[in-house]
Design a protein around this ligand. Structure first.
Ligand SMILES: [Zn+2]
Length: 109
């Protein structure tokens, strides 16, 4: 039986030699370049409130537009944010800022 090559999802992580996720795309490891680009474009941060957290998914309500969206991280995002937390989302580079913590996230919808 042939193995399907289409079953791999964007949620799968490739583990590198240091046992950390080897992806640097939004939702995976936040690399220095993306961190610097996000920091260099402060006008693109959007204030939001966390409305729900489940596994690697957090639901956010953007304060300015009222838009509700979900973001995903490859690890349990509940270790960084809980419902009710004020956060900032960088929509261009996929960074969620919660206090001093920056997490790489991918918008799901
Ligand atoms: Zn990953």
């Amino acid at each position: 039986m042939a193995r399907s090559t289409t079953s791999a999802t964007a949620h799968s992580c490739v583990i590198g030699e240091d046992m950390a996720c080897a992806h640097v795309t939004p939702g995976h490891t936040l690399d220095l370049m993306r961190r610097r680009l996000a920091a260099a474009t402060p006008s693109r941060w959007q204030d939001a409130l966390v409305t729900a957290v489940s596994g690697g998914v957090a639901e956010l309500a953007l304060l300015e537009s009222g838009r509700v969206l979900r973001v995903w991280n490859h690890e349990a995002i509940g270790s960084t944010v809980v419902a009710g937390d004020p956060v900032a989302l960088h929509g261009v580079y996929g960074v969620l800022a919660a206090g001093d913590s920056w997490v790489s996230v991918r918008e799901l919808d």
